[in-house]
Design a binder for this molecule. Sequence first.
Ligand SMILES: NC(=O)c1ccc[n+]([C@@H]2O[C@H](COP(=O)([O-])OP(=O)(O)OC[C@H]3O[C@@H](n4cnc5c(N)ncnc54)[C@H](OP(=O)(O)O)[C@@H]3O)[C@@H](O)[C@H]2O)c1
Length: 352
Amino acid sequence: MNATTTEAAAMARALELALRGPRHGVNPQVGCVLLSPAGEVIAEGWHRGAGTAHAEVDALSKLADPALARGATAVVTLEPCNHQGRTGPCSVALIEAGVARVVYAVADPGERSHGGGERMRAAGLEVEQGLGAEAVEEAIRPWLTAVRLHRPFVTVKWASSLDGRAAAADGTSQWITGWAARADVHRRRADADAIVVGTGTVLADDPALTARDDAPTADGGGGLLPHQPAPVVIGTRPVPAGARVHGHPQPLRVFATHDLAAVLDELYADEVRSVFVEGGPTVASAFLAAGLADEVLVYLAPTLLGGPRSALTELGVGTIDEQRRLRITDLTRLGDDIGIVARTGRRAVPKE
Ligand SMILES: NC(=O)c1ccc[n+]([C@@H]2O[C@H](COP(=O)([O-])OP(=O)(O)OC[C@H]3O[C@@H](n4cnc5c(N)ncnc54)[C@H](OP(=O)(O)O)[C@@H]3O)[C@@H](O)[C@H]2O)c1
């Protein structure tokens, strides 16, 4: 790779800009920095979500004079797209603007959008891929995983006592964790496109499944965050007419099935790229057992419940050699509790 140190700094800045965009939604977070032939930053841009300008076009629109694009270098976190969607192809926008060189971190895995690099090369631009790829892969992992696997990125979340129980013997589980852990859940819910529970949780807890902005109170209070993940219930028993989830600002989707892969297929077709599975133990275990979970998010509270209600039920682990080892990627103290993010081992390989 022949990227310069100026381009490396511009890529770090482009990633910072990318992260200003929303994490949820059908489109990825993307940032772009335009450099003059002398290596000065002449414009910056980022993507603000589906239907708005892509990062490259946003940056081009910020140029003091469009002529400045001639001979410039575009440093972008993701390969410029190659398709006509709600907006035009960025590869063409860069070619037409007269950009001479494009440096991007990660190839666009999108079936319809990939190929921008080739198109720009064919038009005579100098194109480099791979600068800053590791950091960008990490930052937009949910979206990349979803598009590579053709199914939403799945986070399985639960809260448990130190002895691994998700509820007391009578099924009550509100609350095991303190407000700081629950506020963390709400922030993460708001980053997801959909929030999933099984019918058992709806019947036991009657959750609202909204993302709220302050410490929830016992009655589920707290102001709604600007983005609400779509509520999804899986299971054959009916959702009671008076269930609180019917009051969710997004329409409720009910899948009367146990076929989780089919549910994910349908959600993906409806532009859902990330799913937050909030239990209960049966559905959480089913996602893990089926290899359909990309990470677990576990809140551990310093309390003991004992009894039969484990955080997970059946995973198909018959002997210790079959244990499901995870890799911890984040460990946070939240008040008296601990939040742990751990990844399942499977790598995101393209679906056949
Ligand atoms: N601590 C926590 O984080 C937490 C979170 C949520 C819930 N909870 C607690 O968990 C308890 C409820 O547990 P639960 O396991 O009954 O809840 P659940 O996992 O939400 O619901 C289980 C039900 O989901 C349906 N289902 C959907 N897909 C399935 C699949 N692939 N395999 C099997 N079943 C599937 C089945 O219902 P149908 O018969 O209707 O098909 C099944 O009985 C409550 O005590 C609640 O308080 C704790």
